[in-house]
Design a protein around this ligand. Structure first.
Ligand SMILES: C[S@@+](CC[C@H](N)C(=O)[O-])C[C@H]1O[C@@H](n2cnc3c(N)ncnc32)[C@H](O)[C@@H]1O
Length: 147
């Protein structure tokens, strides 16, 4: 299937809040749409992180033209590798279009794919969890994350 880039949905609001900053940490980099808009708006430097290596690869290719003004790291937002000097931070929580539109990632209702649903390559797949996790663990996951 053709690749559909993720289109940031709140770019205008993000620009309004962060455009004048010097160093912004984008903790959910995805395909780099917000990071690109921030760099174009004159933010001196953006450091982006995402736990999905595919997203980071995509963003690095997209934002190469900004040279040292942009850096990307594969990491979880619960453990950001940079804290010093940051004067703006952005969380755009959820899944990205890239994850939804790639059948092999297992998030799509539209496309047949394996029951994977991982944000990155590590950890158990959804298929392994539902087939192998003890009932109490499934109950905990459902109660904690099922809203
Ligand atoms: C809605 S997308 C972000 C799209 C991005 N703002 C853009 O303009 O392209 C959310 C991203 O958060 C990432 N993500 C989800 N959980 C994460 C976590 N715990 N740590 C870091 N990134 C995470 C996903 O892999 C996904 O790429």
């Amino acid at each position: 299937m053709a690749r559909v880039p993720h289109e940031p949905v709140m770019a205008a609001e993000v620009m309004e809040l962060l455009a004048g900053r010097r160093l912004v940490l984008d903790l959910t980099l995805g395909a780099g749409g917000h990071a690109e808009a921030l760099l174009e708006a004159g933010v001196e430097r953006v450091v982006g992180l995402d736990r999905d290596p595919e997203a980071v690869r995509e963003a690095v290719a997209r934002l190469a033209r900004f040279g040292p003004r942009f850096a990307a790291v594969i990491a979880r937002f619960s453990a950001p590798p940079v804290r010093k000097g940051i004067d703006g931070a952005l969380y755009d929580l959820g899944v990205s279009s890239m994850q939804l539109d790639r059948a092999e990632r297992g998030f799509s209702y539209r496309l047949a794919g394996p029951l994977d649903m991982r944000m990155g390559p590590e950890g158990p797949t959804a298929a392994e969890l539902v087939n192998e996790a003890p009932e109490a663990e499934l109950a905990r996951i459902t109660a904690t994350y099922g809203e």
